[in-house]
Design a binder for this molecule. Structure first.
Ligand SMILES: Cc1ncc(COP(=O)(O)O)c(C=O)c1O
Length: 465
């Protein structure tokens, strides 16, 4: 089927995936108005009155300055290449080639890409792993303190640190003390808040705090994963004297398109403006209440769920009824429930900001059928990876990129250096990074992962020759 045929297909299904505007329903009203105009009228170049994210004049520059002021930060840049583009630009602004950066083990693969582009050496900090859920949790302040005490002597300067808050599943990190502890070590902090944009626009709603209010130097928000904008839109905020806005600007210039889409830039503006309105507060409150009621209702009807700090993420514990999240995803998709994140032990649905009328009834109806057709004894937990200590990549990903490599079955990879990334997507969290030495325990764990999701974790890996 062609892409266009799929996009023309208006089959009304439960869109519980990213982007979280629910097939357009929750897009900001001003953006919907724009999209109702003559198709293409919004597809304009950087005309003098429009400009772009890096210009000092023009509507985009004015908008960015206005939002920076409204959010009480120093600078704001719109992004049209996802959180990926902004995270990479931000990290490249913080560290020079040959320097090291602290990355949590649950860092998104875009940050490894940044290390490769910028010749930085990643130093990995452990994060908790939940064996019953089979995925990482959020970093704790005590865990970070232990990691910082255990940091080995590095062959190069440690320039910056990155945190993820909240995680894909909505698990919140102890963000304020984490940022404080890294600052106390003299490190500027970039927070990947791709899944937590709404936290900064939810005063008094009982959600975890946004890192924008807890002292982070740079924060990246995805405006389509946790805000109701179009896919690919994102925003980078700066509140810091530790990083110069000139270096961020230069870094953005290196990576961003010289023809950013006016539609996507308009989506950034409309989304932030909408989230700062009083109507948004009411909508978000309603969505959170509906989400909490949905969790309670499913719980009452015996649907096993895992808890999250974000009510808008619904994590079905499919392992409890003996089914992997990957099989469950296919089963539910065939019945019109399109989830976001299938994993070996669970299936995560993103409720987002659309209304999803009838979802509780649909899930209550489907769950007993699902158990009847697919149910088996519960699945075994996934053992935690052998990544519970600070680990420094032996080589930087950039120095591995052009070296001769060979592909070997996993069991022959022990004591070799990885020449490629192993990274199930979603969630885009690497299980192995180029430049890391693979020990026996890692081989065993990767073999286990390969058995759990063979399509995502290959049985052959490229290693340095
Ligand atoms: C934590 C996290 N950061 C960054 C990204 C990249 O975002 P985007 O796909 O908008 O580039 C993702 C994507 O899944 C993510 O999960």
């Amino acid at each position: 089927m062609s892409l266009l045929r799929i996009l023309f297909d208006s089959n009304p299904r439960f869109a519980l995936h990213l982007p979280v505007h629910g097939r357009g329903e929750a897009l900001p009203p001003r953006l919907k108005d724009l999209l109702h105009r003559q198709p293409g009228c919004w597809d304009l170049p950087e005309l003098p009155e429009i400009g772009g994210p890096l210009d000092v004049d023009g509507a985009v520059a004015e908008s960015q300055a206005l939002f920076a002021a409204r959010m009480g930060v120093d600078c704001c840049w719109f992004g049209v290449n996802g959180a990926t583009g902004l995270l990479q630009a931000a990290l490249l602004a913080m560290a020079a080639p040959g320097e090291a950066v602290l990355l949590p083990r649950n860092a998104h693969r875009s940050l490894i890409g940044a290390c490769e582009l910028g010749g930085m050496l990643p130093v990995f900090l452990p994060v908790p792993f939940d064996e019953d859920r089979g995925h990482p949790g959020a970093m704790t302040a005590d865990g970070l303190s232990r990691s910082l005490e255990a940091l080995p002597d590095l062959c190069c300067r440690l320039a910056a640190a990155v945190l993820v808050h909240p995680t894909y599943h909505g698990y919140a990190a102890e963000i304020a003390p984490l940022v404080d502890r890294l600052h106390a070590r003299g490190l500027p902090v970039l927070v990947d808040e791709a899944h937590g944009s709404h936290l900064a626009f939810a005063p008094g709603m009982g959600l975890p705090p946004s890192s924008l209010t807890t002292g982070a130097d740079l924060v990246v928000h995805s405006l389509h994963k946790s805000a109701p904008g179009l896919a690919q839109t994102a925003v980078l905020w700066q509140r810091s004297t530790r990083i110069s806005s000139t270096s961020v600007r230069l870094s953005l210039q290196r990576l961003q398109s010289s023809s950013p889409s006016a539609l996507l830039l308009a989506s950034c503006e409309a989304t932030l403006d909408w989230m700062l309105s009083t109507q948004w507060i009411r909508i978000l409150q309603r969505r959170l209440e509906q989400a909490r009621r949905l969790h309670e209702c499913l719980d009452r009807h015996g649907v096993p769920l895992h808890e999250s700090d974000d009510p808008l993420r619904l994590i079905l514990n499919t392992a409890a009824v003996g089914v992997s999240g990957l099989e469950a995803d296919t089963w539910f998709m065939n019945r019109g429930v399109i989830a976001e994140l299938p994993e070996p032990l669970c299936l995560t649905l993103c409720l987002g900001f659309a209304r999803h009328r009838g979802l509780a009834a649909r899930l209550r109806h489907l769950w007993p059928l699902f158990i009847k057709e697919q149910g088996r004894p519960s699945l075994a937990a996934v053992a935690a990876p052998p990544l519970d200590s600070v680990q420094v990549a032996e080589l930087s990903p950039s120095s591995v990129a052009h070296r001769p490599s060979l592909e070997l079955p996993l069991h022959q990879c022990a004591d070799r250096i990885a020449a490629e990334m192993i990274c199930p997507y979603p969630p885009g969290i690497p299980l192995l990074v180029p430049g890391e030495r693979i020990d026996h325990l890692r081989v065993q764990w990767l073999q286990l992962q390969h058995r759990r999701w063979p399509e995502q974790v290959p049985g052959m890996v490229k290693v340095l020759a």
